[in-house]
Ligand binder design. Structure first.
Ligand code: CO
Length: 470
């Protein structure tokens, strides 16, 4: 039997269009719409290998739910990094932790014109009606959700060059807000707001000498929350392209973690405070209660999780992935004083989701759905789905032998009465059968409702979203 790590971190290049996947169980009749997911479709270009889980060339996956049936299609994201890799049979663009092999001449050329990937592989966003494959470099790729073909490029700011963005924009009524970073002699964090048919607007800005690697940010009704872990870079080393992107960042725990709070309406920096050093990819939710600002995150003591995602480490089986801890930070933005931190859930998790549509910025939310690592197995990758109850620290777990699930997107039942009345949709790699299936779990008790079998493996991906209409 091939190990899951070899299947999920290799290549699965066949592009399929299937009208109907075989289903076991019965799909609930209210589950109608389209799940779009993003992630790598190959960790190879010609005979060259990418090195890290966050490298690889983007592939889009589409599951269409209609009348109890599930159609499936997948396609590599059409972009320059993909077409050159295919044409030349080698890695031609810099990814998160992999650079092309440069000749001395190329190296000099690249210094003046670094080619960061346009293979946006991390998330999917519906930005004012446009479907966009989201990646951390500034250039994003718009695609047609019917055909999965690329139709154009997208940038959060067309006037000022941004170098990196988060792949987790926030949505509030008609506004879309995202955090971008511009590197330079003076670097800036820049919060951009997009409103329909309006030019992008800079709503808050913070100068910074050494920008941090920041994957997401927090937003409450009145505040934007920028948590700056002490995992920072001299921006010139990125611009001059000394090493693969993430390897330019240095862990400087003595700096502590800085928290910047901006007024969302005026852009004013209302508070800057510090807390102990830690690292995180994901904010979960943020809200305000009796004058206090409260935000939840999946945290780690340090950025060792990034090292743990190098493919040679994942394949080693000896190393366990560090599990993220769900922490809650709170403080009064109008008063002096540091943030108080409390651990909400100790079961290690990552890729958190919740009932965003109804409970974003709402403190009554209670359940977080994510993936985790079963401590009693030898696996060195995510092998369980976890439902965390933030009120009781109780975890409900789904796992199956030799199965490796991805992000469990939550889909609420439109007629549901409770927060967890809905389903979780997760693509699961089945090591024993050498393929993947789409698992549909009952969100309230994590019992299996149905599974739709894909006739090939889906490589381990990152994020996606469900859309009632495309
Ligand atoms: Co993410």
């Amino acid at each position: 039997m091939r190990k899951a790590y070899d299947i999920g971190f290799s290549t699965s290049e066949q592009e399929l269009v299937l009208d109907e996947l075989p289903i076991s169980g019965t799909m609930p009749d209210w589950v109608e719409g389209t799940l779009l997911r993003n992630g790598p479709g190959t960790f190879k270009a010609g005979d060259q290998n990418y090195r890290h889980w966050f490298d690889g060339l983007a592939m889009l996956h589409k599951f269409t739910f209609r009348g109890g049936k599930v159609a499936y299609a997948n396609k590599f994201l059409e972009c320059k990094a993909y077409s050159e890799a295919k044409e030349l049979g080698k890695i031609s663009y810099s990814e998160f932790a992999t650079d092309p092999c440069y000749s001395l001449f190329d190296r000099v050329k690249e210094v003046f014109n670094p080619r960061f990937t346009d293979s946006s592989k991390v998330n999917i966003g519906k930005l004012h009606g446009k479907f966009v494959a989201l990646g951390e470099p500034s250039l994003q790729v718009e695609f047609d959700p019917e055909t999965l073909k690329s139709v154009g490029v997208f940038a959060y700011d067309t006037k000022v060059k941004q170098h990196v963005t988060t792949v987790h924009p926030h949505f509030d009524k008609d506004a879309i807000i995202n955090l971008t970073t511009r590197f330079g002699r003076v670097s800036n964090y820049r919060f951009m707001q997009l409103e329909k048919d309006q030019p992008p607007q800079l709503i808050a800005k913070q100068r910074v000498k050494e920008p941090a690697y920041i994957h997401s940010f927090g937003m409450s009704p009145n505040y934007l929350i920028l948590v700056e872990y002490p995992f920072v870079v001299n921006p010139l080393s990125i611009l001059f392209h000394a090493k693969p992107f993430i390897e330019n960042y240095k862990w400087k725990p003595d700096r502590g973690t800085r928290i910047f709070i901006f007024n969302r309406h005026t852009g004013e920096l209302v508070k800057q405070t510090e807390t102990d050093s830690f690292f995180a990819f994901h904010h979960i939710n943020a809200f305000e209660q009796q004058g206090e600002l409260i935000f939840d995150m999946v945290t780690y003591p340090d950025p060792g999780i990034i090292d743990a995602f190098y493919l040679d480490k994942i394949r080693s089986e000896e190393k366990k992935l560090p599990g993220g801890e769900i922490r809650r930070y709170r403080f009064d933005p109008a008063r002096e004083g540091k943030a108080v931190c409390e651990i909400l859930c100790e079961e290690g998790v990552e890729l958190p989701c919740f009932h965003y549509d109804s409970l974003n910025m709402d403190g009554s939310y209670r359940y977080v759905y994510s993936i985790g690592v079963n401590r009693s197995e030898k696996n060195s990758f995510y092998d369980q789905i976890v439902k965390s109850d933030l009120q009781t620290d109780k975890s409900t777990i789904w796992r199956e032998k030799n199965c490796f699930p991805g992000e469990p997107v939550f889909l609420p039942n439109p007629n549901g009465k409770t927060e967890d009345d809905g389903v979780n949709l997760s693509i699961v790699l089945d090591e024993a059968n050498g393929n993947s299936f789409l698992l549909v779990l009952n969100s309230s008790d994590f019992s299996e409702i149905a599974r739709a079998t894909i006739p090939q493996p889906v490589l381990f991906g990152y994020h996606g979203n469900f859309y009632k209409t495309i």
